[in-house]
Write a protein that binds this ligand. Structure first.
Ligand code: KG4
Ligand code: ZN
Length: 341
């Protein structure tokens, strides 16, 4: 099966062709440079950028295959329907609907988080049952996967992990997105120098939020430490970043381990831009090894938003499920359990 995937949920306009689980060609454009001066993604700018980029991204994709008729040969078209920024999603979904009608192909409106989870499958065969930890600037979710069934068992109740780094980065005067720079600074710091709280880990939260995350309190803690900077002649940004990174890695690992034990999985897959974080990789790898659980970490290009992850999920769906109704709409908060998969 040959499948076209289109992704426009945030700031990346992605398109890719996947055949039998393998990448055939991909094309990607980003509007990130247009958002930097605002310190975050501006939805209107991102939507307009998708509108302007999508014809060129599709043309480049066709060119890369060297076959002008390639789109006529696809068996299905997949597109992100949510979660994401509504204006951005609308551009991709409507473009995909146009292609589906024009080329008379089935359309699959798919869930972005489920696509992130299966992206690792482009490089390594995934087991039927595993646990996925998806961490990016927009999502932090623990998802139990069994074949094509996705059950979200934990999620952030406020900020995403990447969002936390980006917001603290702003306090530090770093450029958006600040994740990589905080990671690089942290590598040179003392991980136990500053104290951050571990939100939602106290026993009183066990009933309702055993597997959930919360990162917004870390911003307050960061602000407090930074406000006392003047009195601390020994303040070191590297130690500050290292302590923050260690706390976030600990939080993500702790909840992942709880889910690993409860659901008895043998494999954990990570994805999303924050999964590039070196401290998270180190702490998670170490703790999972103790439990004899395998950790699958995709290459960075498959961690971030792209068209190939949409194509991979679409191919799996198209093998088993009927296509979406062409009247399908976008949703900013398409919860995994609400998606018909
Ligand atoms: O998946 P992604 O490219 O976009 C979405 O948010 O959907 O993830 C971007 C996020 C940003 O918040 C960025 O700061 C963070 O991933 N990030 C990192 C690292 N590289 C990117 N966070 C921590 N450490 C990194 N090395
Ligand atoms: Zn994403």
């Amino acid at each position: 099966m040959l499948v076209l995937g289109i992704e426009t949920s945030c700031d990346e306009t992605g398109a890719a062709l996947v055949q039998n689980g393998k990448l055939v060609a991909e094309s990607l454009a980003s509007s990130m440079t247009e958002h930097i001066r605002f310190g975050g993604v501006i939805p209107e700018i991102a939507s307009r950028s998708h509108l302007e980029s999508i014809p060129a991204v599709i043309s480049e994709l066709i060119e890369k295959t060297g076959d002008k008729e390639i789109l006529q040969k696809v068996d299905a078209i997949g597109v992100t329907a949510g979660p994401g920024l509504v204006g951005c999603l609308s551009v991709g979904l409507n473009y995909a609907k146009g292609l589906a009608v024009g080329l008379n192909k089935p359309l699959y409106a798919v869930n972005h988080v489920c696509a992130h989870i299966l992206a690792a499958g482009l490089e390594k065969e995934l087991p039927k049952k595993f646990l996925a930890l998806i961490v990016s600037g927009g999502h932090t979710s623990l998802v139990l996967v069994d074949g094509l069934e996705f059950k979200e068992i934990g999620r952030t109740i406020d900020d995403a992990a990447g969002e936390c780094f980006d917001k603290v980065g702003r306090m530090l005067g770093l450029n958006y997105p600040a994740g990589k720079e905080i990671d690089d600074l942290a590598k040179k710091g003392d991980f136990s120098r500053y104290e951050f709280p571990l939100p939602l880990t106290a026993a009183k939260f066990d009933d309702v939020h055993f597997y959930d995350f919360s990162f917004s309190g870390l911003k307050t803690a960061a602000r407090r430490i930074l406000e006392s900077r003047g009195r601390d002649s020994d303040f070191k940004i590297e130690d500050f970043c290292a302590s923050l990174a260690q706390t976030v890695a600990k939080l993500l690992t702790l909840k992942t381990l709880r889910a690993v034990k409860k659901y008895e999985v043998e494999t954990v897959v990570i994805g999303g831009g924050f999964s590039a974080n070196s401290q998270l990789r180190k702490v998670l790898q170490k703790e999972l090894k103790k439990e004899s659980v395998e950790l699958i970490v995709p290459s960075l290009k498959y961690c971030t938003d792209n068209g190939s992850m949409i194509a991979v999920l679409t191919e799996k769906l198209a093998e088993k499920k009927p296509a979406s109704d062409l009247l399908v709409d976008v949703s900013s908060s398409l919860a995994i359990k609400e998606v018909q998969l």
